[in-house]
Design a protein around this ligand. Sequence first.
Ligand SMILES: NC(=O)c1ccc[n+]([C@@H]2O[C@H](COP(=O)([O-])OP(=O)(O)OC[C@H]3O[C@@H](n4cnc5c(N)ncnc54)[C@H](O)[C@@H]3O)[C@@H](O)[C@H]2O)c1
Length: 344
Amino acid sequence: MEHTPRNVLVTGGAGFIGCNFVRHLLASDPDLRIVNLDLLTYAGSLDHLRDLPDPARHTFVQGDIGDRALIDTLLREHDIDTIVHFAAESHVDRSITGPATFVQTNLVGTFTLLEAARMAWFNDDHQAEQCRFHHISTDEVYGTLQRDDPPFTETTPYAPNSPYSASKAGSDHLVRAYFHTYGLPVVTTNCSNNYGPFQHGEKFIPTVIRSCLQQKPIPVYGDGSNIRDWLYVEDHCRGIETVIRRGRLGETYNIGGCNEWANIAICRLICQLLDERRPQQAPHERLITFVTDRPGHDWRYAIDAAKMDRDLDWRPLETFQTGLAKTVDWYLQRHAADPALITA
Ligand SMILES: NC(=O)c1ccc[n+]([C@@H]2O[C@H](COP(=O)([O-])OP(=O)(O)OC[C@H]3O[C@@H](n4cnc5c(N)ncnc54)[C@H](O)[C@@H]3O)[C@@H](O)[C@H]2O)c1
């Protein structure tokens, strides 16, 4: 059964993927309205929400997904029929030094949203089957792969290895339980690593680009052999919208780029793109520096996105070369406008 979102609550919409999704959805459907709930932690910024298409259809609310009274009010006052839940603590390194906020936001915060949706959508004013709770998760819940292992599918057993992935896995299980126990109309997507505009400076690809622009050492964990499967953020946003509209209730969908790269190879590719654009600084590769690996660093992630292709006719449009070129050019424009915008 197709779903037509009308009043959408996006959580974490001032963060990297959330702000790209808000832009995407406003541009894609002129008939929907968005309420964007974001706590504006270190990872979120109102700067990410400048120049939105048709901003009158977007309402920003600063607040915590763990604030039940606030969520109840938003669901009621804006007659929310669709929740797209991005808000999370998302950086693995931070989850190692400070796991408590990951449990609070990713697990307890998701629980609070599920409870609020259950109370709002199962009453006389609403027909729950005309609503959607879309939970955004990650491939990291599946653990790590060896070189010859097949990519993760939707039936791969969960084996999270960091406090970040464990807290996301726990939230996925709660979402699943709310479908099976209460019939809450949920869908979950597990996506591979994203890259593109507005990603926080602490993440890998922004760090490589920033180091090149600032002519500073490019830190690469271990020997740089760790492999991730990369997806351009706009492709992810299209995938999420597809699942919201046409995904089957209670299902999970893996979204990925079929695009596995070792970290060191990504560094070299970004360095080449910058050599072409700033030949006076070439070769940027001379900046690559290997640093001590993070504890429990998963070696390889890879997503099998065949279900998205087969069932929903979704596949990525960007190649890594075209997506990375767009990303590098976006950073160069920002750097030219104000170098202070490019921070860690
Ligand atoms: N970035 C990736 O490569 C990737 C890949 C797969 C899945 N995901 C998932 O996608 C989602 C978004 O990731 P991202 O990279 O955009 O993260 P991000 O860290 O850039 O943004 C997270 C946003 O959530 C907000 N937030 C944090 N705690 C909050 C709270 N308690 N209440 C309300 N808002 C809060 C932050 O202010 C921030 O704006 C996360 O759930 C993440 O697990 C990310």
